[in-house]
Design a protein around this ligand. Sequence first.
Ligand SMILES: C[S@@+](CC[C@H](N)C(=O)[O-])C[C@H]1O[C@@H](n2cnc3c(N)ncnc32)[C@H](O)[C@@H]1O
Length: 323
Amino acid sequence: MNTEAIHNPLRDYRRYVIDAWAAHIAVSVGLFEALATPHKISELAAHHSWSESALRPLVRALVACGHLEESDAEVYSLSERSKALFLPTSAEYIGHALSFMRTTPAYLSYPSILKGNAAVGLDESQWSYVTRGSAIYAAAGIRTLLARLPALWTRRPLRILDVGCGQGAYLALLARALPHALLLGIDPTPRVVEDARARLTREATARVEIRHAHLGDVAGTFDVILINQIFHVTGVEVAAQMLQQARVLLAPGGHVLVQEILDDGADPSPALFGLNMRLLFDQGCALTSDELVQLIQEAGFGNVEVHPIEGPTPGLAYVSAHE
Ligand SMILES: C[S@@+](CC[C@H](N)C(=O)[O-])C[C@H]1O[C@@H](n2cnc3c(N)ncnc32)[C@H](O)[C@@H]1O
């Protein structure tokens, strides 16, 4: 057998995992921001009180991955691509998306989870961090919804409920795009509710209310109910229950809009995402689009449509549903 021809996936995964943790460390300590202007390693180490022997291999690994450039002997700077990806002031900033690295050492628990023990779970401050990661999908998600369902947004009144609203990023964008909308965000994690309120106060969006609540606690009628990135946390039984509750709260002609990372295509990342979700949550999963569509139909919705979201991550899509 010609062993040269055998593709060794571990070679790639090891490279990507170490690339991701190096980028995560660099984001966490502010290395990319420090290199927004070129510096020598020795200057950086002295200025930030970093160990020079620990900084050097980190910088060299980031150069090898194309995140940094060596301009002169030992003088390092950000590549143009990295300025866009790693400076928090950039619209393309992906730093928070590396939040999944915080859960990565937890994979050591998987053998015990396989034996039936509880998933790892997240505490409130981990939720606060992780929701900043999922908020990076908001701009592309809202762009897709506004383009794909134009008639929905002209309804008056337009009452929008965001279930598990996280950082309130979707609510802020919708409030800006739809000056006539009234918006309510709910989330069961108190720390996340505080984060969302702080964000929306900063953005002075008085038409948005944030409540610490579960969907079952909400009364009223809504034209749009967003359920963004919740079912991969709760699993299908709770998802089915939430869809039933959403149906009761929906105004005639209203839509439920479910965003998930769907495990359909050839790209392995949604399946790896599903593995990570099952590590974290007892019913965590990545659904296929068929599974999600079926779940929504079983809740009694007649019209279900999948809207892929271009760009941010493989498999990201909205599924819209109405009677
Ligand atoms: C991955 S984050 C998504 C946040 C936000 N929707 C977004 O897309 O950026 C999951 C959110 O679900 C919330 N959550 C957890 N269990 C929930 C449940 N049973 N019902 C509603 N939200 C829940 C968490 O507090 C967290 O804010």
